[in-house]
Ligand binder design. Sequence first.
Ligand SMILES: Cc1ncc(COP(=O)(O)O)c(C=O)c1O
Length: 490
Amino acid sequence: MLICFDFFCLESQYQKMETKTDQTGCLIQELLDLYEKDLPKKWDITTAPSSLQPRAEGSSPRSLSQEGKKNSQRVYSQKDFSFFIQQIEKSRGRALLYPYLGSGRGKGVYVELLDGSIKMDLLGGVGVQILGHGHKEIQRASLRAGLSDVLMQGHLLLNREYKELSCKLLDLVPKEAKLKYVWLSSSGSMANENALKMVRQKKSPRRKILAFDRAFAGRTTLMSEITSNPKVKEGLPSYDEVLRVPFYDPKDPGRSLKILKSHLEREGDNICAFIFEIVLGEGGYKSAPREFFVSLFEECRLYKVALWVDEVQTFLRTGQFFAFEKWGLSQYIDLCTVGKALQLAATFFTEEYKPKPGLISGTFSATTPALAGGLRILEILEQGYMGEEGVISRIQEDIIKLFRELKEKSLIADYDVFGLMAAFSLREPSMERTQKFLKMLFQNGVIALSCGRTRVRARFLIPAVIKKAEIQELRKVLRDTLSSFYTSSV
Ligand SMILES: Cc1ncc(COP(=O)(O)O)c(C=O)c1O
């Protein structure tokens, strides 16, 4: 059978599609405007749940799924809200950390819960919402992508969005770095698994991995092994794959190198990689000077151990696209994993670690809206957010100012701020007390999370769209909550 293309016909089809694309753009704008009209007028955490109709006592709570079918009600009564929380807890077999069930609405730093209350969201899906909620540009890009006929993309047959995001990611790699390739994946853990497989294939039969004492690498079996916190792997066997290196201690800066050297001298020819975070995330928002990392890296180089930076949490957040760039470590990096703020995850690698076909793939890369949304996020962040004078550096300064003031008033014991990653310790920084404080903070309208294990901290993953006035609002809530926390717990 002879297949003959009519190029003129194709051309006119294409023109029609172009016009349709314009029409789609208008339609999307109309949709966004319509959606905006229905949003609360005032977005701050003092906004009382307004549209709540108290339900008659004794009447049974509504089911969310039934209600959804009947109408598009956005918020529910307290009674219904508590019932929904119970339902989700029952379905997962575990209590929620916070009574949080979102309505799907939000604006900038604010997010709306299903009971109509508004919270200042300084956690953003644990680092996913880097440009806050309801960002029009991201919504527009994701909506347009959502109109595609292919909503989920894999690695075998891929679409334009996959190609565009991959190319953009490689464009962002600093010139001094040798990272030449990138593979997308659906989670940070999977990006790390891919990195490990690439390293092990290249370094076969080397098996062991060097990792910091306070590392967090994800929740697959092997990433749990690399993660140091015993709580997150309770009951799992140890596979004896990991050699620990203490993280930087300013009181004894040479200790880490000494221990690393002893591992390398003993087992150097069985160690394939050193995985590290430049800013410990779950490990407590701590970092180290450049020279600390360089001394460890130089030693690893002597034994041909791959240097693999886990930037799942730091990517896009420290004031440069990559933390390794900010710390001036670009030339050392063999592999780099990113995730969270990107809306999906990825593994960057050099020519040396290019895997053989068959090693890396998988059904899913990500949804088309996630790929398009991730790309738009990168494009937006390129416009004035990075660098010494960028928006992220300015937010960092404001948060440091706020924490300094709290420390001077003895309301907090210490703090660290790395761009949009900020954490502080209470006067007695135990896990129990910090969790109690965070619950109180949640009640008072601010969402945060703990990090660290022995010296536990409250941490914020701040959206890059936070405004000065909102930082002032945060200042007031923090001061009031800390004061009443200490008074109530003496
Ligand atoms: C440094 C680091 N690596 C890996 C992961 C795992 O990423 P994911 O939860 O997307 O699997 C995380 C998640 O918090 C992380 O912070």
